[in-house]
Design a protein around this ligand. Structure first.
Ligand SMILES: *[C@@H]1O[C@H](CO)[C@@H](O)[C@H](O)[C@H]1NC(C)=O
Ligand SMILES: *[C@@H]1O[C@H](CO)[C@@H](O)[C@H](O)[C@H]1NC(C)=O
Ligand SMILES: *[C@@H]1O[C@H](CO)[C@@H](O)[C@H](O)[C@H]1NC(C)=O
Ligand SMILES: *[C@@H]1O[C@H](CO)[C@@H](O)[C@H](O)[C@H]1NC(C)=O
Ligand SMILES: *[C@@H]1O[C@H](CO)[C@@H](O)[C@H](O)[C@H]1NC(C)=O
Length: 294
């Protein structure tokens, strides 16, 4: 399976959460979709230190080719016995935190977080000229502290489309901090149609929230083919899911989805059985069963 497939699966998963207004379910019998329990997903720093450490510990042993975030979190609970809340990273808390660099966010803590920035000079691209590495300058260096440091953790995909074993590479870009604020996000979430929102979040000139977080972390996150090898990928996408969930609560998206129908079948070979958009629209029904603590 190509890494591109994984990313498109995730983007599609993201798209589908945004794509349609809440609607009655028909794909799966309503009774079968009743949740036994609704789990609450929490911001990283609102989770106890004990659970933060347990999450990181469970994450280290995961097969990283299981990229679909929902499936991933189920794996964390079922196979890795993670019992705490599923975390998301609300990066606007860091964007809004004046005078404190993104790299100083608790998310990058070497003990209770995911380790810090890449260290300049510790990673060299295997060739200076890889056509699929569009931002070589974002490959600053290896993460050398925390649970995903070079001596403990290996990424198998990238750079670009290459397949090489290498350290987790980051290159935090502080100049993007101004685009990670509540004001900028709220402006994007005021967009009326799904098509426009989908285009905006990936537009670097508009500081789209999706592309901007990938660029702000840099390295692996900046590479379409290996970004899910960055453990922060999942927390970041969970946050997009959260913002989208509130987006669809609003009244303005009702007719914004002309190209997408609720009966659209999404195919996730080897990751999950097929689901329709309708099946995953309602967060409080199977197969989702979660809500966000804001
Ligand atoms: C890099 O790639 C370009 C275009 O693909 C080519 O013209 C150039 O000679 C290459 N440079 C090196 C050092 O390989
Ligand atoms: C950081 O982001 C700015 C704004 O997008 C960009 O111009 C610059 O090249 C980036 N720097 C690195 C090292 O990626
Ligand atoms: C959405 O479209 C339907 C017809 O497809 C229409 O009846 C309804 O009023 C529209 N809603 C809004 C909010 O524009
Ligand atoms: C699909 O959406 C695009 C962009 O919103 C629009 O231009 C196009 O006409 C739509 N196509 C159909 C078949 O509705
Ligand atoms: C899942 O969907 C794909 C694409 O729509 C289809 O080709 C495939 O046969 C479906 N698989 C199952 C098990 O229904």
């Amino acid at each position: 399976m190509s890494p591109f497939f994984h990313l498109s699966a995730i983007l599609l998963a993201f798209a589908l959460v945004c794509a349609a207004s809440p609607a009655p379910s028909s794909g799966v019998a309503e009774a079968a979709r009743k949740c036994k329990e609704i789990r609450v997903h929490k911001e990283w720093r609102d989770i106890s230190v004990k659970h933060r450490l347990a999450y990181i510990d469970a994450g280290q042993f995961l097969p990283w080719h299981r990229h679909f975030v929902n499936v991933y979190t189920k794996e964390l609970r079922d196979k890795c016995h993670y019992k705490g809340p599923i975390p998301f990273w609300d990066w606007a808390r860091d964007g809004d935190n004046e005078g404190v660099p993104i790299a100083k966010s608790p998310i990058f803590d070497p003990v209770t977080g995911f380790g810090g920035d890449g260290v300049l000079g510790t990673y060299t691209l295997p060739s200076p000229n890889i056509s699929t590495v569009t931002f070589p300058q974002s490959y600053r260096g290896c993460v050398l502290d925390g649970p995903f440091s070079a001596d403990k953790y290996t990424v198998h995909l990238g750079p670009g489309t290459l397949t090489t074993k290498h350290c987790l590479v980051r290159g935090i870009n502080e100049t993007l901090k101004h685009a990670m604020t509540t004001d900028v996000l709220e402006e994007q979430l005021r967009i009326k149609t799904f098509a426009e929102l989908r285009a905006t979040i990936d537009n670097p000139r508009a500081f789209g929230m999706h592309i901007t977080t990938h660029s702000a972390i840099g390295g692996e996150m900046k590479n379409v083919w290996s970004s899910p090898g960055e453990p922060l990928f999942f927390l970041s996408h969970m946050n997009l899911d959260r913002m989208c969930a509130s987006y669809i609560d609003g009244p303005s998206t009702v007719n914004g989805t002309d190209n997408v129908t609720l009966d659209f079948v999404m195919d996730f070979p080897r990751i999950s059985s097929n689901v329709t958009i309708r099946d995953v629209m309602d967060l409080t029904k199977e197969p989702n069963c979660y809500t966000f603590e804001y």
